[in-house]
Design a protein around this ligand. Structure first.
Ligand code: 3PY
Ligand code: MG
Length: 267
């Protein structure tokens, strides 16, 4: 039976979920995303500033704000994936997965035996999901999502193999790195047509394999396009970009500061 309060069930049943994306390490920032109405919030431990302690606090505050808890780990840091799901992350996004073997190692670190090799002690995760240890053990392999990032030509070449990993719940596309890889380092073009074609192909392969597809979006139009292509986990909205945009808007509003507004940051 599908439980509408479970992130994994929502995504598997085809419901689109939009997640905010946090780089700053202040735990109240992800809570603000949750309270603003984001259904999920992602902590970026690959390119963001979180240490483990800030991530643990943030996971608790996202729960307090009523949103789903997602984290991205650094490349190949499967030990950290295990620690973050013990602390209550419901979904882990693993960057730069380029082969079946890498996908398998990551996904198996996320699942208890006999599916994988996750080690036991999910106290905080059980607490945040409102389950007893026994309930958590019964449910966590299906409710804790392992998503492998597809963001290189190598990953596209290995996509069928990656999608054939039974323990892997789905994929998550990183269009910036993908554009760098497809252009052999000559273009950062996450919204370009070559990248868009690759994103469409990845979504249909994921769907054919029965896996969840997620993607990083840099505009509201991309969110719409991605949903139409079959993506169901959509990241849209980054803390640093929000603060930068809101600060420049505020400066532009008064006669004394409007010439001081900066030119803005990229992602
Ligand atoms: C990418 O676009 O490469 C990403 O990893 C998004 O953060
Ligand atoms: Mg990337």
């Amino acid at each position: 039976m599908t439980d509408k309060s479970i992130l994994a069930d929502k995504l598997r049943s085809g419901q689109p979920v939009v997640t905010g994306w946090c780089l700053l390490s202040a735990p109240m920032v992800p809570e603000l995303f949750a309270r603003a109405g984001y259904e999920a919030v992602t902590l970026d431990l690959q390119h963001g500033m979180f240490d483990f302690e800030a991530a643990v606090d943030s996971l608790g505050l996202i729960a307090l704000g009523g949103a789903h808890r997602i984290a991205r780990i650094p490349v190949a840091d499967n030990a950290l994936a295990g620690r973050l799901i013990d602390m209550g992350a419901e979904c882990i996004i693993a960057p730069m997965i380029n082969s079946r073997e890498e996908a398998e190692q990551f996904a198996r670190a996320m699942k208890y035996p006999p599916m994988g090799e996750r080690s036991w002690s999910p106290r905080r995760a059980a607490m945040l999901s409102g389950q007893t240890d026994h309930e958590y053990l019964t449910n966590s392999n299906s409710q804790t999502l392992a998503l492998a990032m597809i963001e290189t030509q190598e990953a596209i070449d290995a996509l069928d193999d990656i999608l054939s990993v039974p323990e892997l719940d789905g994929i998550f596309v990183g269009p910036s790195d993908l554009s760098l890889s497809l252009s052999k380092g000559t273009a950062l073009d996450p919204n370009g047509s070559e990248t868009a074609r690759a994103c469409a192909d990845i979504a249909s392969k994921a769907k054919a394999a029965g896996k969840i597809a997620g993607i990083f979006c840099l505009s509201a139009e991309k969110v719409e396009e991605a949903v139409a292509q079959g993506y169901r986990l959509l990241s849209y909205g980054i803390d640093t970009v929000f603060i930068d945009g809101a600060a420049r808007t505020a400066l532009g509003e008064t006669a004394w500061t409007k010439d001081k507004a900066g030119t803005g940051i990229g992602y």
